[in-house]
Design a binder for this molecule. Structure first.
Ligand SMILES: [Zn+2]
Length: 51
């Protein structure tokens, strides 16, 4: 099956520890994209500090 990150054929077997990705690099890139997407949502939380 194709790697979700680079679209290259990835080995889908117990020997591939990074499946469905083809490598650790693709696995890390996918997670990084997901994380940045999460952080980009909305604005900074309001501060409850009293002046
Ligand atoms: Zn890949």
């Amino acid at each position: 099956m194709p790697c979700p990150t680079c679209r290259r054929p990835a080995l889908f077997s117990p020997e591939n520890a990074f499946r469905p990705f083809c490598s650790a690099r693709c696995q890390g890139q996918d997670f990084g994209a997901w994380a940045s997407e999460d952080y980009r949502v909305g604005s900074p939380p309001p501060s409850d500090d009293q002046e």
